[in-house]
Design a protein around this ligand. Structure first.
Ligand SMILES: Nc1ncnc2c1ncn2[C@@H]1O[C@H](COP(=O)(O)OP(=O)(O)OP(=O)(O)O)[C@@H](O)[C@H]1O
Ligand SMILES: [Mg+2]
Length: 263
């Protein structure tokens, strides 16, 4: 369970980008975060894994208050948070297996990682997960020889190798074609169920959010304007989230008129 209370983030002296945000995500649920560009979606995810330092408020993951942790404790907590990125963040010249094993980095003594002497159990686990997502036959290929969808599967396996307690995905499908996007969304949902993991996904594509996630959180100017099941996201709610945002800057499928027409 992820529990965020009164989270505030201010960059420098500017206005707060997150304004006393409250959010709870229980295990085994997939929550999408939608909202116009600049709403604060990425800032929220980065506060959770402390890539960005929250200004105030608390973030608890399974009872551990992440916002207080420093040094070694913070590193230990961070490895329990799996991140999945829009641009995959793989090391191109390394193999799929090597990329996947980098998910274990936080757990391994440095010499083992440096010489790529992975423990047998980690190799076994990697194959099991690669098998699960359909990339086991690419284990020894270089990452830059894979398609976008395959690369994102590598990113997913790398995150799972951390034995995460939560998965955070910042626009995981934004670089993929529509069919591949749907496959990745479907995979994330299935993995959430299989591993009883909360999954938090920033996403611009409202149609995909509705189809593949259990709950939608709509953000606007650092506040949560909507938090409910996808079916409750009607034209009014869309207007609350996107009012004043030009149609072309709204996420795909985010046009309220279209949504109203679609029922
Ligand atoms: N490192 C930073 N320093 C200063 N301001 C920042 C920084 N990162 C983000 N911001 C500002 O914070 C606000 C929220 O940005 P954020 O990236 O969280 O939005 P977002 O909802 O993820 O947008 P997008 O959909 O475009 O990815 C924006 O106004 C942005 O300019
Ligand atoms: Mg963003």
């Amino acid at each position: 369970m992820l529990k965020i209370s009164k989270l505030v983030k201010r960059y420098g002296n500017g206005d707060p980008v997150l304004k006393e945000l409250d959010l709870e995500v229980p295990g085994e649920s997939v929550v999408s975060i939608i909202g116009a560009s600049g709403a604060g979606k990425s800032t929220l995810l980065r506060c959770i894994n402390r890539l960005v330092e929250p200004t105030s408020g608390t973030i608890e993951l399974n009872g551990v208050e992440l916002t207080r942790l420093r040094g070694r404790e913070l590193r230990m907590a961070r490895r329990r948070i799996g991140m999945i990125f829009q641009s995959f963040n793989l090391v191109d010249r390394l193999t799929v297996m090597e990329n996947v094993q980098s998910g274990r980095l936080g757990y391994l003594p440095l010499w083992r990682a440096a010489f790529r002497r992975y423990p047998r159990e980690d190799i076994r686990r990697a194959y099991e997960l690669m098998e699960r997502v359909g990339i086991a036959h690419y284990a020894n290929k270089r990452a830059d020889e894979l398609s976008g969808g395959e690369r994102q599967r590598v990113g997913v396996v790398r995150a799972l190798m951390q034995n995460p307690e939560i998965l955070l995905a910042d626009e995981p499908t934004a670089s993929l074609d529509p069919k591949t996007s749907e496959q990745i969304m479907d995979l994330l949902r299935a993995l959430s169920r299989e591993y009883e993991l909360p999954v938090l996904i920033n996403i611009h594509n409202v149609t995909e959010a509705k189809q593949y996630t259990d709950r939608i959180v709509g953000m606007r100017y650092g506040r949560i304007m909507f938090d409910d099941v996808p079916d409750a996201l009607d034209a009014d709610a869309m207007e609350q989230i996107y009012a004043g945002v030009p149609a072309e800057e709204r996420g795909e499928g985010a046009d309220p008129q279209m949504m109203a027409a679609a029922g």
